[in-house]
Design a protein around this ligand. Sequence first.
Ligand code: 8ID
Ligand code: ZN
Length: 339
Amino acid sequence: MKAAVVSEFKGALEIKDIPRPTVKAKDILVKIHACGVCHTDLHACHGDWPVKPKMPLVPGHEGVGEVVEVGSEVHHLKLGDRVGIPWLYSACGHCDYCLDGKETLCLDQHNAGYSVDGSYAEYCLAHADYAIKIPEGLTYVDAAPLFCAGVTTYKALKVTDVKPGQWVAIIGAGGLGHLAIQYAVAMGMNVIAVDTGAEKLELAKTLGARHCIDFKKQSPSEAIIELTPGGVHGVVCTAVSQPAFKEAYRSVRRGGACVLVGLPPDEMPIPIFDTVLNGVKVIGSIVGTRKDLQECLQFAADGKVKAITEVKHLEDINEVFADMEKGEITGRIVMAMND
Ligand code: 8ID
Ligand code: ZN
């Protein structure tokens, strides 16, 4: 099968012919029709984070397609089912976290396109218990970005605990952020979006942001505090930039929540005095559970959220990564396969 493979950190991806994976008892094989390109894939190929991915690696954790093989112990999925393979490739299912509905914190998890090969390929293996069905009415291209960008931002918004009618700031309106804006609007929140460039900010406005701030033209936190005296009730920071996290922290009102989602490999210095006196919550949020994923897919199936996508192919991946590094992508790039 054809796959995009990275063999060394920071090396280019190569299109290779590699063996189709073999299905074990609890697996399914998915013929991939679309896979979104997440900034995490770029971090993986660069070896940016303390925990390193397998190498060589087939990246990709927004892969969607049809089930073409079913393991002997799989009874809830059948040939032809439309499914997606998220970042949470598998978890142990037995630890405190798994039992407590916090499976994304399981210490014994695997991650698609990181610790196991992912969906930048014509076929991808999935653990049947963690592959999620795509509701009717969603195309593969529309569904793919929801398997990471969608579920991650939907969950992060839940974690802010911002209520309908209250204010949330979305810092970084890229692949994740443009979906965050839509989920926030659908959840009844008032949104302020922060990014740079007319194209991204105009898109943010079209998607329902009440105010848009260009971080290259003004200080986002100062602008946010002027717009919402005291600051916003919650902020979700998806930007791949340490200064953006400082701005996010400074934008939150007393008692509010600053939810960290983006993963630049830096530290975030936090003033202890202000955090204590202001009762500010600083919370990390990692993707979402299978339940979160089902919910976030349903929002899209109901027409409340729609990923803005541009379709490319496996052969384009190095160019897509270069554009992503320069911040030149609006919405999400989705690679179409087997079409
Ligand atoms: O579960 C998680 N926590 C999770 C899940 C998926 C992705 C975390 N991530 C991480 C990725 O690894 C990456 O670090 O979220 C980050 C964003 O992923 P993405 O949305 O896929 O990346 P993108 O499409 O490149 O968008 C990033 C946006 O940030 C803007 C850029 O202009 C771009 O639109 N941005 C930057 I860079 N600096 C900014 C700043 N100072 C900024 N926006 C506002 N202020
Ligand atoms: Zn991702």
